[in-house]
Design a protein around this ligand. Sequence first.
Ligand SMILES: Nc1nc2c(c(=O)[nH]1)N[C@H]1C(S)=C(S)[C@@H](COP(=O)(O)OP(=O)(O)OC[C@H]3O[C@@H](n4cnc5c(N)ncnc54)[C@H](O)[C@@H]3O)O[C@H]1N2
Ligand code: MOO
Length: 418
Amino acid sequence: MAEMISLEEARSLVLSAVFPLGEEVVPLLESCGRVACAPLSSDIDISPFAHSAMDGFALRASQIASATEAAPVPLKVIAEEAAGEVFEGPIGEGECVRIMTGAPLPADADSVVKYEIVEVLEGDGKPGSTVAFAAPTERGSNVRQAGEEARAGDVVIQPGDVIGTAGVGFLASCGILDVPVHRRPVVGILAIGSELVQPPAVPTPGKIRNSNSYAMAACAQAAGAVPRVYPIVEDTFEALCAAITAATAECDFVLTTGGASNGDFDFIKPVVESLGTLLMTTVNIRPGKAQTFGVVNDTPVFGLPGNPAAAYVGFELLVRPALRRMQGFAHVQHMSVQARLAKDVRKRDPRRIFLRSTITRCPDGGFEVMPDKNQSSGLFGPIQRSNCLAVMPEGLESKQTGDLIECLLLGVPEDLGL
Ligand SMILES: Nc1nc2c(c(=O)[nH]1)N[C@H]1C(S)=C(S)[C@@H](COP(=O)(O)OP(=O)(O)OC[C@H]3O[C@@H](n4cnc5c(N)ncnc54)[C@H](O)[C@@H]3O)O[C@H]1N2
Ligand code: MOO
């Protein structure tokens, strides 16, 4: 096993060890944002019948083919048809039917002319009135055909499609209220560290509050997974072995923070190695080069570093893609854009550096990015204040104000304020 690997190698290693989970059937509303895992088809044509797209008059285009401003064609209104009603009668040569949007097109009609361009000659435009048409219309005008969107039996959502908000409506029109989707992974979250106390307890000297478990649970939830937070694990080989054994038996994916480096009390690497297969220990990124990954009890185990920012970055770059892959998503990485740096960045570490930063849109339509002044790997605050990670590539090349830099967007554009 190579000691330090690139982010790309690490990501493909992690992704090759995880697979889309099996099916669960969820109520339609809960399927939004989930990935379908079976073909879904409609039981009826959509729409079920040809209907009017306008409030107007239903007729045959041939009836008003000769209509001009100078010689409008008058027609008698013989009936009115509202949405939900069906007009079954014939429409004679000199006749038309007043029709509302959504009402079925009468069998004898092939077009609808909207109110606005029809003149009422006699009456109020309702049955018994006479209306005049001053221009011809095209056959099929203002008519939505039966089965325009789908025919009964057509597959409307394919396996692998992400069901969006409109997809929920589409499935409702198909009569589907129970949707088979890929299961969300249950992610066991374990904070390792004898120095940790559980909030809200006030730490005694030498102790700190366990904030990572909360952040990682939030990250897992934001990635679509179901977090299961376990008690703090003390820094001993035996305690960690027991905790990992239990969590791998109960979860689809296990995540730890801390104990990932080479200190005297860092046990995640030896524990994964002794219980299963250790696949990775170190990635060429900052913050967070200590990134352990392996498989125990057929369950992926990811050991993130203990420093909060290092754990966060490791999660977003390596764990989130795995959790998305397990839910069947084809796209597993954050979107990135190029932005102009708002200040000089000196590079003193050859690792690829992910700067906690704020990206904004410039008046010219481009983007500008300002790295937070505090890039300590021990802090959550700068990440809370940021909306992206600006990426300084491997090597020691610094960047100047105005240079373009890749930025990974952390969240949806509305939340990012872009
Ligand atoms: N000799 C070396 N020492 C260290 C190296 C190195 O290469 N050589 N790497 C440093 C880097 S980089 C990192 S990152 C850390 C990663 O180490 P660990 O994963 O073993 O992290 P810990 O030592 O357990 O903790 C680091 C730091 O974070 C605090 N922490 C831990 N867990 C939590 C939690 N759940 N909530 C809040 N804060 C937490 C912990 O108290 C420490 O302050 O190693 C460096 N050392
Ligand atoms: O892995 Mo560390 O985050 O550079 O402190």
